[in-house]
Write a protein that binds this ligand. Structure first.
Ligand code: 13P
Length: 317
């Protein structure tokens, strides 16, 4: 058993060296979402939430972006960086939430509400972004919806995030889409209540993709990036974290004296976990798998993302 563990450590250390060497050779940057495996977050040049990663993708001077996340994130990086090669180490790493809407279905919805603005959560395909007026992430959704002139807003595809935004922006009439994140909806109200009973002093942090009953029990609702900031600033020593388990890596690393608990063992996004050190090395070695969004879809999706980034950086969209 011991020998296997040692071999495993050596295998990972060798892979990390290979990745480091190839990264220099290719002039590549490794960008990773907060839900990635610990060893991927360790080798990442930049890690963060969806908004931080989109902003990082715009700023980088590297020629190659190795995106350790899921398809829609790599697509956004390609849309924002037409001159760079964007690689997704495992092309099957998708997002079931993004797959719950298509461009055609969104066009039909728009026909029903011709005066409404369309806001798409970044967890959506490039085609859906191309059919939308503006994008948002979980960290800026409230700000984006508030910034719109229209009273009616079609919000796609996450109904829980849409409902949460409605609670924060009551002056708007939000038309919801029936999409959801299969990982976040696994947390039940009972799970959080049980965790609160075991850890009565813990603060509850929840991602807005969770069910409304879970959000009602939260002390703070925010994006993954928002959770790091909240924990750092909080006087509390214990936290119940209602989002994907990959968050625990940086929470523990950056707050060694604080304790973190997941309300259920089911908070694992299988797609995010597809990317391993071996696949990152393979990606850099063979320069695969390129994600490229081009043509009219790219132009229209870029406008949608650019509007979001303009509002998020304080300018009017
Ligand atoms: P954020 O990291 O932007 O909070 O998004 C989390 C998520 O659910 C990505 O799919």
């Amino acid at each position: 058993m011991q020998a296997i563990k040692k071999d495993d450590l050596k295998y990972k250390a060798d892979l990390k060296k290979t990745i480091e060497r190839l990264k220099k050779k290719r002039n590549a940057v490794i960008i990773a979402h907060n839900y990635q495996r610990d060893e991927i977050q360790e080798i990442a040049d930049i890690s963060g939430d969806s908004l931080a990663l989109a902003q990082a993708a715009v700023r980088t001077d590297a020629e190659v972006i190795v995106f350790c996340g899921v398809q829609f994130m790599a697509e956004s990086a390609s849309i924002l960086n037409p001159g760079k090669k964007v690689l997704l180490p495992v092309p099957e790493a998708g997002c079931p939430l993004a797959d719950m809407i298509t461009a055609e279905k969104l066009r039909n919805k728009r026909k029903q509400y011709p005066h409404a603005a369309v806001v798409c959560y970044v967890n959506s395909s490039a085609e859906v972004k191309a059919e939308s007026d503006i994008s948002c992430t979980s960290s800026n959704a409230v700000e984006i919806v508030r910034s719109l002139e229209e009273k009616d807003v079609i919000f796609v595809p996450d109904k829980n995030l849409g409902r949460y935004v409605q609670s924060q922006v009551p002056e708007k009439n939000i038309i919801l889409w029936e999409g959801f994140c299969p990982t976040h909806i696994r947390v039940q109200e009972e799970d959080v209540l049980k965790a609160k009973k075991i850890y009565p002093r813990a603060e509850v942090l929840a991602h807005p993709e969770c069910n409304p009953e879970v959000l009602a029990l939260a002390d703070h609702i925010c994006s993954t990036g928002g959770m790091f900031k909240y924990v750092k600033d909080s006087q509390a020593q214990e936290f119940i974290i209602s989002t994907e388990c990959g968050m625990l890596y940086k929470l523990h690393r950056d707050n060694p004296s604080k304790r973190f608990y997941l309300p259920t063992d089911h908070l694992v996004c299988a797609n995010m976990k597809l990317i391993t050190l071996g696949w990152v090395a393979n990606s850099l070695e063979k320069m695969v798998y390129e994600i490229k969004v081009s043509g009219e879809v790219r132009d229209k999706a870029l406008r949608t993302l650019d509007r979001m980034l303009a509002v998020s950086s304080g300018k009017k969209g």
